[in-house]
Design a binder for this molecule. Structure first.
Ligand SMILES: [Cu+2]
Length: 310
């Protein structure tokens, strides 16, 4: 009997190892396809990159305070999970060894123990409270900008993004991915876009999201931002990039056949460079969209904030 179990166990562990190796190789390939080169790709600035990397582990490095707060919370929960997993594993191993048939021929018929039952109810509740407090703090921290420096309206559309800068002349433009054949060195496939969202480094950016047709989701991991864009509704969130760089994201709400067609590229540039870009954008996008700039869907930010559900 023991030998049969031993053989079965050996076979199962070989299978599991092969499966794990195969799966990770596939996973690595998929990641490598998504993003080849890494490094500075922001015009004149010394760039950092927020994008998936082959064999990357854990969360993307933080480019701003919101993501840093997410990192902290993630680390806390991870350690709690590790402690619980180790505890359960050790307990299980101990029980298997202690109460094995050979050492324990007449099993106990005990089915209740009030103290243990109270403990295994109260302790998990306490653990959840420990998790809930920083969790709620994080949710409220991400919720809205205090003293925002600039506001950007983000609209998800089937299937592209539309960005409006109400504080800088209300120009608006569309953002779409760069086709594979037009990719320049350093531009990650399925992530690089023709017209990135440009923000000044160090500025608190209020983001107001709306959806034109269906629900999309504005998701930029390195900046710690993820917000639904919902038709008929304005949602608020914020982010800040503490260093210059290019930070990629995607629509991460399945929104139709061309869902993949909605990558996000955020470029954080120094204030002077941002101003230069704004000056060019005012004429470029006004001309591109025809005059007046189509901003009907983007009312003044103050009115939108007032209309937010509280
Ligand atoms: Cu979408």
């Amino acid at each position: 009997m023991r030998r049969v179990i031993g053989r079965w166990f050996a076979k199962a562990s070989r299978l599991a190892t092969a499966g794990l190796v195969g799966a990770s190789a596939l996973f690595g390939q998929a990641l490598a396809q998504g993003n080849e080169p890494t490094g500075g790709i922001v015009g004149s600035t010394e760039g950092s990159l927020g994008a998936p990397t082959p064999w990357g582990m854990g969360l993307q490095p933080a480019a701003g305070p919101v993501k840093e707060a997410i990192h902290d919370f993630n680390t806390l929960v991870l350690w709690i999970i590790i402690a619980i997993t180790l505890f359960v594993m050790v307990l299980l191993a101990y029980v298997v060894w202690k109460f094995r048939e050979a050492a324990n021929p007449t099993p106990s018929r005990t089915s209740h123990n009030t103290m243990i039952e109270i403990a295994w109810t109260v302790i998990p509740v306490l653990i959840l409270v420990v998790i809930a407090i920083p969790s709620f703090r994080l949710i409220y921290y991400q919720d809205r900008a205090r003293d925002a420096d600039i506001t950007i309206n983000v609209q998800g559309r089937q299937w592209y993004w539309n960005y409006t800068y109400p504080d800088h002349g209300n120009f608006a433009f569309d953002s779409r991915p760069i086709p594979d054949e037009d990719l320049q060195p350093g531009q990650p496939r399925n992530l690089a876009v023709d017209e990135p969202l440009v923000i000044p480094v160090g500025a608190t950016v209020r983001v107001l999201t709306t959806g034109q047709d269906v629900i999309h989701s504005f998701f930029v991991p390195a900046l710690g931002v993820q917000k639904y864009t919902i038709p008929g509704r304005t949602l608020e969130t914020w982010f800040r990039a503490d260093r210059a760089g290019t930070f990629y994201g995607q629509c991460n709400q399945i929104c139709g056949t061309n869902h993949w067609f909605m990558p996000i590229e955020v470029r954080a540039v120094p204030a002077a460079e941002f101003q230069t870009w704004v000056d060019q954008a005012k004429t470029k996008y006004a001309r591109a969209d025809g005059a007046p700039v189509s901003v009907a869907a983007a009312p003044a930010p103050t009115r939108q904030i007032a209309a937010l559900p509280r």
